[in-house]
Write a protein that binds this ligand. Structure first.
Ligand SMILES: Nc1ncnc2c1ncn2[C@@H]1O[C@H](COP(=O)(O)OP(=O)(O)OP(=O)(O)O)[C@@H](O)[C@H]1O
Ligand SMILES: [Mg+2]
Length: 264
């Protein structure tokens, strides 16, 4: 290395440190060789170095957001076998671009057990995190517990305001457990505080007509469904459980005791 190149490397080391972008040091050297060989302009070279840094930062940001989302299991849209649910392939592809989040639209995934509702909800959540949105995932019961704690501590409004800063909240398993009246009211407040501000993804094994019995009150359920569905895409999954495929089992209720270990 010539004394001048050596001097430049020292300055770059210091500058990359000052910018808290240590990766720039590595890409600057590597891309300089490529630029000399290929005769890039100075502008092309600078853009290439900065692009590496920006994409590395975005990837590590997405990774942090995915880890913070509380998905439990990692599922991706790429792992989803759309041959099993061909009717939602197009809708899912459109949602994967993340446009719905910019318009604070909702997504509702309906269908019987094992048809891929949670998988698609998490897959869309991962995409949202990659598009730069903060995401939080929990079951309906988990959300109610969180809101109940906040309510008891007298900080429900603060909690709802904090949650509004998340571009996407996923509520899994609406309908498996009925809500108490107080819980239903808290859940209603979550839905209404996000209405036209930020997106929700909900999954349920019940059609909307069954939500009244979940929330213990037809009026609350109707007002909630109204707000959720006003700007929403509804994806209806069909058919037999993916968990039971190739097991020679057609219907769930008769085999309930044998399906306990088939998760995953
Ligand atoms: N079309 C699919 N392609 C790949 N994997 C799938 C598909 N559908 C479901 N699975 C897998 O089957 C299992 C069950 O799916 P999932 O948990 O998404 O079902 P669900 O509709 O949420 O069911 P439940 O109502 O019981 O919660 C998961 O491991 C999921 O990854
Ligand atoms: Mg599920």
């Amino acid at each position: 290395m010539t004394p001048r190149a050596d001097e430049a490397t020292k300055r770059l080391t210091w500058l990359a440190g000052a910018l808290r972008a240590p990766r720039i040091l590595e890409s600057a050297g590597r891309l300089a060789d490529q630029a000399r060989d290929a005769g890039w302009s100075f502008e092309d070279y600078l853009a290439a170095v900065l692009e590496r840094e920006v994409s590395a930062r975005e990837a590590s940001g997405a990774d942090l957001r995915i880890r913070a989302a509380g998905f439990g299991v990692r599922k991706t849209l790429e792992d989803f076998d759309f041959a099993a649910q061909p009717a939602v392939r197009g809708q899912t592809a459109a949602l994967a671009s993340g446009g719905f989040l910019l318009e604070a639209r909702n997504v509702v995934l309906l269908g019987p057990p094992g048809t891929g509702k949670t998988h698609l909800a998490i897959g869309l959540g991962v995409k949202a995190a990659q598009h730069g949105h903060r995401v939080l995932f929990a079951t309906a019961t988990g959300w109610v517990a969180r809101l109940t704690d906040a309510h008891r501590a007298g900080r429900l409004p603060a909690e709802l305001a904090k949650l509004r800063r998340y571009g996407l909240i996923i509520v899994d398993e609406v309908g498996y457990l009925p809500f108490e009246r107080d819980a239903a009211n808290l859940f209603f407040q979550l839905v209404s505080s996000r209405y036209e501000h930020a997106s929700l993804i909900l999954t349920s094994n019940l059609p909307f007509s069954g939500w009244g019995s979940v929330f213990g009150d037809q009026t609350v359920a109707a007002a909630m469904i109204d707000r959720i569905v006003h700007h929403a895409d509804v994806l209806t999954l069909k058919g037999a459980s993916y968990r039971l495929r190739n097991r020679g089992i057609d219907t769930l209720p008769s085999v309930r005791t044998t399906t306990d270990h088939t998760e995953g």
